[in-house]
Design a protein around this ligand. Structure first.
Ligand code: SF4
Ligand code: SF4
Length: 483
């Protein structure tokens, strides 16, 4: 049996009389969003539990992502986190590569790769990201929604519970559900914190004296509460109202984009199914394959009707494909009334892809040729030249060396192409700790005969174990007439 139509979108579908298809009333077609009433107040959604081939694929894919998402801060590559975005200390680790604010060019190119990648992906695959890989959807549909089905039951039971009076049993179920939701949100909030401050710092915040980590603990509670509010209350509104990607997609999509779509030509006119009907008999009766069961609407986590066409709220989750296929199986009509419209590779996509490939290549070159150290070598402020030993002239420099690698690096500073000496003012040899920096002072002494006037161009190398890591240029000041 095909379940009865739900009534909440009556006007958009058009009711039926005596099983005869009736023209859809479009007078208020999408004049308000699916999750709001006409007066603008929130209409709470109770999507039916999805099932089917696409849902199984999605569940497997989401399981992998969830494992990766929660394990991410704890996975190390060469001692560095897989992903860490420590905006507080301005240290970033991506795929185990440490980045510093000094890597601004790499960041700029990475942002361009990201933006171009989004354009290419959206143009080709629409909102596949939203339904399949976005952490918000993955956590909402594959964790919180599943917990809700376990605790409150499927859509009909949830609606009944919501409408039921507040008894002790209802209060207990609500308290239990929201305690579970807050518990999972706490894990999500801690994971986000670990992505920001690193897993080691997170452990310190969790197990050290709380008085030493007031800020960290405050953020832990803030993040947990924020995620609880999103997953327990805000839900699909995050995609509809907050996420800019949903709005951006309308600029990137075209008729060649991969989309979940209803085959209007095959489906219209809609009419309930009568026992014994076939596709041919329905066709000869002037009706299409859509039996107007509204199962595609009932399972939609954003509450829309895919038969209204491509919509901003659609996250390509494929729940409506499964629902419609199951209905088609039951009534003996071919599957695929709601399906993925295949994507075609167009010239526009080719052009975007070339730009993306070039940016990725540039990014890789910048990352792979990036020196493990970065040196700032500046003449000490206000210091003049001074006489040195054996009639030489000395200049004082302030030096800062950043070590971006995950091991300590002993470094030597040497003059290149000019006679003279470099003398460290601090500890020698100079060792730059991993993922950190040293600041020191250096005296450079040049014999008078190599000076080229009041200023002389200098080249120095920063080496480690005889291997040059970086070359720096600076100026040396001396007397106007060196002799
Ligand atoms: S219309 Fe279909 S694919 Fe789009 S969000 Fe709703 S159920 Fe998912
Ligand atoms: S598109 Fe499919 S699931 Fe949706 S109302 Fe028509 S027959 Fe039912």
């Amino acid at each position: 049996m095909i379940p009865e139509a739900e009534k909440d979108h009556e006007a958009a579908d058009g009711p039926h009389e005596d099983g005869v298809a009736k023209a859809v009333d479009w007078t208020d077609f999408r004049d308000h969003i699916a999750t709001a009433d006409k007066d603008g107040s929130r209409r709470w959604l109770y999507p039916k539990k999805p099932s089917g081939t696409w849902h199984r694929r999605r569940a497997w894919f989401a399981s992998g992502l969830i494992v990766l998402m929660f394990a991410g801060p704890w996975i190390r590559i060469q001692g560095n986190p897989l992903l860490m975005l420590n905006i507080i200390e301005r240290r970033f680790s991506i795929l185990g590569q440490m980045f510093w604010p000094q890597d601004g060019v790499i960041f700029a190119v990475a942002m361009l790769v990201f933006i171009t990648g989004i354009i290419v992906f959206t143009t080709a695959f629409g909102r596949l990201w939203c339904g399949w890989a976005c952490p918000q959807t993955v956590m909402m549909e594959m964790v919180f929604r599943k917990l809700e089905y376990l605790i409150d039951g499927d859509s009909a039971e949830q609606k009944a519970l919501a409408a039921a009076p507040w008894t002790g049993r209802k209060v207990a179920r609500r308290v239990f559900k929201h305690a579970v939701f807050y518990g999972v949100s706490f894990i999500v909030g801690n994971t986000l914190l670990a992505y920001i401050v690193g897993s080691d710092t997170l452990l310190e915040i969790q197990f050290d004296d709380p008085r030493n980590h007031v800020t960290g603990l405050t953020f832990m509670v803030l993040f947990s509460t924020l995620f609880y509010a999103i997953f327990a209350r805000f839900r699909e509104q995050a995609c509809t109202f907050i996420c800019p990607y949903g709005r951006f997609q309308s600029a990137a999509l075209d008729e060649n984009t991969l989309l979940v779509a209803y085959d209007k030509r095959r489906g219209e006119a809609r009419a309930p199914f009568r026992r014994g009907e076939t596709q041919a008999t329905r066709l000869s009766a002037g009706v299409g394959d859509c039996v107007n069961c509204r199962q595609c609407v009932a399972v939609c986590p954003t509450g829309i009707d895919i038969r209204d066409g491509t919509q901003m709220e659609c996250v390509n989750c494929t729940a409506c494909i499964d629902a419609c296929d199951q209905v088609m199986d039951k009534v003996g009509l071919p599957r695929g009334l709601v399906r993925f419209e295949p994507q075609r590779f167009t010239r526009r996509m080719a052009m975007y892809s070339v730009v993306l490939a070039a940016l990725v290549a540039l990014f890789l070159v910048l990352v792979l040729t990036r020196a493990p150290v970065e040196t700032t070598f500046l003449r000490a402020q206000g210091a003049l030249y001074q006489p040195g030993p054996d009639g030489t002239i000395g200049n004082l420099y302030a030096v800062k060396i950043i070590n971006k690698a995950h091991h300590d690096i002993p470094v030597e500073l040497r003059l290149e192409g000019i006679e003279g000496t470099v003398r460290l003012m601090g500890a020698s040899p100079l060792v730059v700790p991993k993922e950190s920096f040293v600041q020191t002072s250096v005296m450079v002494y040049l014999p008078r005969r190599v000076l080229t006037g009041s200023t002389t161009a200098l080249r120095l190398s920063v080496s480690s174990g005889g291997k040059r890591l970086e070359r720096i240029r600076t100026m040396f000041v001396g007397p106007r007439d060196p002799e």
